[in-house]
Design a protein around this ligand. Sequence first.
Ligand SMILES: Cc1cc2nc3c(=O)[nH]c(=O)nc-3n(C[C@H](O)[C@H](O)[C@H](O)COP(=O)(O)O)c2cc1C
Length: 187
Amino acid sequence: MAAPGGSGPIGPFPQRVGDDAEAQADYDKIRRRLLWTFPSGLYVIGSRAGDRRNGMTANWVTQVSFEPKLVGVGIEKPALTHELISAGGSFTVCTIAREDRTIVRKFTKPVDVDDAASTLNGFPFHDGVTGAPILDQAPAYVDCEVRQAVEVGNHTFFIGEVVDCGFQGAEDTEVLRMEDTRMSYGG
Ligand SMILES: Cc1cc2nc3c(=O)[nH]c(=O)nc-3n(C[C@H](O)[C@H](O)[C@H](O)COP(=O)(O)O)c2cc1C
């Protein structure tokens, strides 16, 4: 995972902060904490290229157009998921039930895939229409074909069109949000 918030105080700094290194570091910390207050959901992103599959915890996920139906995911460049989405041209977004919150800790590094048992780190999955994996226990998923890959600093924002979706659990299942955990990302 990339260093949280970056590798050190990152500019630009407003004029009022000036050139003092300590003031810049303080500003950097406040900006990080502020960005962490932006509400977000927590998801598992499924990706696949050929026979290689992965699942990854992510919170930078949002719908970006309703005609066509486009969903964007911000993926850090060193991630295996980045490689698989780039090569495979698709991804899935799986919502997580609030009561399954411990799952997200299991998807923060490349997963163990058991092809015979169809499991990712022991969690059963099936392939979506794009071929990317969907966790069986996800209350809902969207399956997307990549339409654009936008370079954004140390991430790529993959924009995908929803080519399939479904509820796998009750529609009113409470889904996981960042504030349900003690975790954070970015900032
Ligand atoms: C709470 C949380 C949220 C995360 N959100 C994202 C995200 O939105 N985008 C991203 O690229 N990585 C995110 N990560 C980091 C990835 O889960 C992590 O870097 C993972 O190692 C990369 O996965 P991969 O190499 O298995 O593809 C998040 C991590 C945590 C703990």
